[in-house]
Design a protein around this ligand. Structure first.
Ligand code: CUA
Length: 164
């Protein structure tokens, strides 16, 4: 490219700034790929639902339809065995809510009329709380729930006790 119609220093500054944009772009994409970070997706082929539920779709594979409303999540206690992969779909019955899981890279918007999606693997047993992180009115601070990830043996026991 010929730069002789532009001041030499300005041309230098322009090249530098284009170069930096390129470096940042490559860095962001590269790190996202390396770390396996997905861009949250708004799925258009999944219809908004009005009932929240956990559906088992395979061995240690679940689909979670998570419904947000003023001021609770449905379901708000999700019991699964360690090693489970959960595909989470969120939608809202009323206003915009948020959904963030403690200790996991999941932060979705919970929007009326639209569905957002994220995939999470729970390898370690424990309790993973989740909260609404979008101010949604007077009961906002009471909008939370928990994933209870049980070791396999305990999960089988829990399952029998709850007739599942
Ligand atoms: Cu729902 Cu804040």
């Amino acid at each position: 490219m010929r730069w002789n119609f532009i001041d030499e220093y300005e041309a230098w500054a322009m090249k530098l700034s284009y170069g930096m944009v390129l470096v940042f772009f490559v860095a962001v994409i590269g790190i996202a790929l390396l770390k396996g970070i997905d861009v949250p997706t708004c799925v258009t082929d999944f219809k908004p639902f009005d009932k929240g539920e956990l559906i088992q779709v395979g061995p240690k594979e679940y689909q979670l339809k998570l419904l947000g409303r003023m001021w609770a999540f449905q379901p708000n206690e999700i019991v699964i065995p360690a090693g489970s992969k959960v595909t989470i779909y969120t939608t809202s019955l009323d206003v915009q809510h948020g959904f963030e899981i403690e200790g996991k890279a999941v932060n979705l918007m919970v929007i009326p009329g639209a569905v957002n999606k994220a995939e999470v693997v729970f390898n370690r047993p424990g309790e993973y709380r989740f909260v609404c992180n979008e101010f949604c009115g007077i009961g906002h601070q009471g909008m939370f729930g928990v994933f209870k990830v049980l070791p396999e043996v305990e999960y089988d026991k829990w399952k029998k006790e709850h007739g599942k």
